[in-house]
Design a binder for this molecule. Structure first.
Ligand SMILES: [Zn+2]
Length: 338
């Protein structure tokens, strides 16, 4: 069945920056030069990517004006793909582990809120199979990928669509953007990952200039073991996402509970309808303040919207306390005067 409705505009936006600033060709600084935009459908929802692109501007450099894209981009999606790698990984698991048919996989994805047409599922299955068939012994392909490059910068990422499922490990070259190797593994220890890196380093035929990853301990150990002395850079985006995940979850939970506590705003607003006396005006102002606090969504991981909501609701409550105190004081002074 084809998709009937137009795809909704993604509500989430992510800005990705290349971690590396020095040109792999000449070592000089690469300026941020322009921005590419990309819409992706991922398991947590649709996302709008704003990709900051660097470029070397030193005349004579072998990478003069060759774009350098954010390393994290290829951890999210393959080139020219509308769906995230996490969706592709899940499609692969549903097919090869759970032996789901295309309609079953389609239903499972729709059930998780992924807007996808059935024929796209077939397409993603092909992408998954192609990905795992990526072969390091295909020298023609490697030569094409590494044409004119003096080295590779490896990015290693593990995608696990669900806890307990196998992890789809993808090794890419950040300079060409090409996938060099992909494997589906049940575990992800340094012992499992080091051979993947060794295999890649042995096949590319050019030096490994560096590795970029989210800095998981197992990946760090694997890099130390397989590629001793090769600089390993943590991708801030991944690192932050990993580090912020538990906080983000706790914050989201807190926000839900806070919202539940201020559900009483609506009845108050209704009771005030048709009144335009000063008291009603003030009460309406407070209701508006509470409403605006509820809809003030921060952008994780840098802004904790639950904490912000708490601060704003506390400001409203403090203000109400002050009003109540003033009212009480006035009543007291009126009482003593009479
Ligand atoms: Zn350069």
């Amino acid at each position: 069945m084809a998709r009937v409705s137009a795809r909704r505009r993604p509500e989430r936006e992510r800005v990705l920056l290349p971690v590396r600033q020095n040109c792999p060709g000449c070592g000089g600084h690469m300026q941020l030069r322009y921005e590419n935009r990309r819409h992706l459908v991922m398991l947590p929802g649709a996302v709008r990517l704003r990709l900051k692109i660097r470029r070397c501007e030193h005349a004579g450099c072998p990478r003069f004006h060759v774009p350098y894209r954010p390393e994290a981009e290829c951890a999210l999606a393959l080139p020219q793909q509308e769906f995230g790698l996490d969706v592709i990984a899940l499609v692969g698991v549903l097919r090869h582990r759970e032996h789901g048919s295309v309609p079953e996989i389609h239903a499972a994805l729709r059930g998780r809120g992924v807007e996808i047409a059935e024929r796209s599922v077939t397409n993603l299955l092909d992408r998954y199979d192609e990905l795992l068939a990526t072969n390091l012994t295909d020298t023609r392909r490697l030569r094409r990928v590494l044409k004119g490059q003096r080295g590779v910068i490896l990015a290693l990422d593990g995608l696990q669509p669900d806890v307990g499922h196998e992890v789809l490990w993808v090794v890419r070259d950040c300079l060409s953007g090409e996938v060099l190797l992909a494997r589906s593994l049940l575990s992800a220890t340094a012992e499992d990952l080091a051979p993947l890196l060794r295999e890649v380093a042995g096949a590319v035929g050019v030096p490994v200039l560096g590795v970029v990853s989210d800095g998981q301990t197992s990946i760090r150990r694997a890099v130390e073991r397989a590629l001793p002395g090769v600089p390993h850079q943590l991708c801030q985006f991944h690192f932050l996402r990993e580090a912020a995940h538990p906080i983000f979850e706790a914050d989201r939970h807190a926000k839900v509970r806070l919202k539940a506590e201020v559900r009483g705003v609506r009845p108050i607003e209704r009771a005030l309808e048709g009144r335009d006396d000063p008291v009603a005006e003030v009460a309406r102002g407070y209701c508006a303040a509470v409403r605006s606090a509820i809809t003030d969504d921060g952008r994780p991981p840098l802004a904790a919207s639950g904490l912000r909501l708490k601060a704003r609701l506390e400001a409203v409550a403090d203000s109400l306390d002050r009003v109540a105190e003033k009212g009480a004081a006035r009543r007291r002074s009126r009482g003593s005067a009479s």
